[in-house]
Design a protein around this ligand. Structure first.
Ligand code: THU
Length: 137
């Protein structure tokens, strides 16, 4: 585990996003930040709903912000929460990250009190489904 921040700007952006998370049901606020190919950073937070399955993840929101801004490639990602250990993206968000980032893209996972770990999109989603499987369709 890395105990220092190697992407402080991305971490700060994810922390800022987390402050505006809407999580009254789980009380688990998550922030995410995506550095896109242009170098710009796009942020998102989880948005829950009284109809629980309707809630959305922080990574989902940050990726959507990137797409709306006209970018399609993530080159570094950061996810942060107030948790005992760094929180990994959920299964659906791993697939979302895979859509917009190469396998070697670093995904940072941080806690609000300073713990930090790094992984990659490829390591988060081994054996992923991709368009190659549809070659005969
Ligand atoms: N959540 C995220 O936003 N991202 C993750 O990587 C893990 C989970 C949110 C979804 C829900 O609002 C809350 O955290 C508890 O699962």
């Amino acid at each position: 585990m890395l105990m220092h921040n190697t992407a402080p700007d991305l971490r700060d952006a994810a922390m800022a996003a987390r402050r505006n998370a809407y999580a009254p049901y789980s009380n688990f606020k998550v922030g995410a930040a995506m550095r896109a190919a242009s170098g710009k950073i796009y942020i998102g937070a989880n948005v829950e709903n009284v109809a629980y399955p309707v809630g959305t993840c922080a990574e989902e929101a940050a990726l959507a912000a990137m797409i709306v801004a006209g970018e399609t490639e993530v080159i570094e990602a950061y996810v942060i929460a107030d948790a005992p250990e760094p929180v990994p993206p959920c299964g659906a968000c791993r697939q979302r990250l895979k859509e917009f980032g190469k396998d070697d893209v670093t995904v940072w996972m941080g806690t609000t009190d300073g713990k930090e770990e790094a992984t990659t999109i490829g390591d988060l989603l081994p054996g992923a489904f991709d368009a190659g499987y549809m070659a005969r369709s």
